[in-house]
Design a protein around this ligand. Structure first.
Ligand code: MRU
Length: 369
């Protein structure tokens, strides 16, 4: 997507042909900072501190992290250590494990001297695939948006879509998952208005989704996380559209904390609640997402302090609680499949159920117990 008229991906190979460039998302929306990752340690730090975040982008960064590791040492021990280091950065998004497993699978049979070049080639291929997957999610989601706009209860009027967290191009290599259909629908001339949840505690909605959508000219209003129920009750939301960090094979989806409450409000108010996801976000090994998806718990300081820009323009944090108060910081929650109106993947739309997913990914049937 474009930033000030210049096309960007969220991760790319540096001009030197080996370092890896990322947009430091902790500096957005106040500063547009490009950072260079020069070691597997840099890649792990960028994922853990959320300079890069969003399930597909975490996977892409991990793949390049393996390539950076293979530059320094490419024996079996180095490969296993790099996978362990990167795999320990964040627990919930299954794309991380998927990308590492794919890299390990491709590299393990090779000799050490072959691994580095192949790792860079594989990381680049994974990024290219992500772009094309998300573009296809966008096209399938566009059908849904168009049909709601043409045939929904308020046909022809501006369509109001609520989204949570950031499932835009910054969360992927390009296009995004939940935002890809929004970009394509906007470009196709369908009048849209997006309700952007601020997404406490890290404010991915306020900082990233609002920045992305505004840069693309998509009309939006930022709302506090708790506004969704009120908006839906008043008939001000036509569609909820969110991403997911891990989808169990029964259609349960795990996304940023607060997504479940949106789905409950949507069900209570007959608002369609759709989830956009790339195939690598499906965890076929998990039969029950509510019971089994690991939920990341981050540092409580993300809740007790708010980051932003201070009056003098410098970035900083302010504490918003009494000094002794401690916080628990659950980063994700699971929305059960029964609350999900449908899934949108690169292969088309389906019901949020094992049969729905298998209708799009029949080759996975043989892997199931
Ligand atoms: O903690 P984050 O910012 O990595 O969480 C990201 C999300 O919750 C996104 O909605 C998710 O990765 C799915 S979309 C790409």
């Amino acid at each position: 997507m474009n930033v000030n008229g210049h096309p960007y991906h969220s991760i790319w190979l540096g001009d030197d042909g080996w370092s890896v460039c990322i947009i430091d998302q902790t500096a957005l929306p106040h500063d547009f900072v490009i950072r260079s990752l020069r070691s597997v340690g840099d890649a792990a730090e960028a994922i853990a501190t959320m300079r890069v975040r969003g399930a597909p982008l975490i996977g892409a960064t991990a793949a390049y992290g393996i390539a950076l590791a293979m530059r320094e040492a490419a024996d079996d021990f180095a490969l296993a250590s790099a996978c362990d280091l990167l795999g320990a950065t964040r627990p919930t998004a299954v794309n991380l494990r998927w990308a590492l497993e794919r890299m390990r699978h491709m590299l393990a049979p090779l000799t050490a001297s072959e691994r580095c070049a192949e790792a860079y080639a594989q990381a680049a291929a994974l990024c290219d695939e992500d772009v094309s997957i998300n573009r296809r999610i966008g096209e399938h989601g566009l059908h849904l948006i168009r049909s709601l706009w043409e045939r929904g209860p308020r046909s022809g009027a501006t369509l109001h879509i609520l989204t949570h967290c950031n499932a835009g191009w910054l969360a992927t290599v390009d296009w995004g998952t939940a935002l890809a259909p929004i970009y394509l629908a906007h470009d196709a001339g369908i009048p849209l208005h997006i309700w952007v949840d601020e997404t406490r505690p890290r404010n991915q909605g306020a900082a990233l989704t609002a920045w992305e959508l505004a840069a693309h000219g998509v009309p939006l209003d930022l709302v506090v996380d708790n506004a969704g129920g009120h908006l839906m009750q008043r008939g001000l939301v036509d569609l909820c559209l969110v991403g997911t960090d891990r989808t169990a094979r029964n259609g349960d989806v795990c996304n940023k904390i607060g997504t479940y409450l949106k789905a409950l409000s949507a069900a209570d108010n007959d608002v369609p609640f759709h989830v956009a996801l790339p195939g690598p976000t499906i965890d076929w090994a998990l039969a029950d997402g509510v019971a089994d998806i690991p939920i990341e718990e981050r540092d409580g300081s993300e809740v007790t302090e708010v980051r932003g820009v201070l009056a003098d323009g410098t970035p900083g944090s302010v504490r918003i609680t009494p000094p002794a108060v401690e916080a628990r910081n659950f980063a994700f929650d699971v929305t059960p499949a029964r609350l999900v109106s449908g899934l949108i993947t690169e292969r088309g739309a389906c019901a949020a159920s094992e049969e729905g997913l298998l209708s799009l990914y029949p080759e996975k049937r043989s892997l199931l117990p």
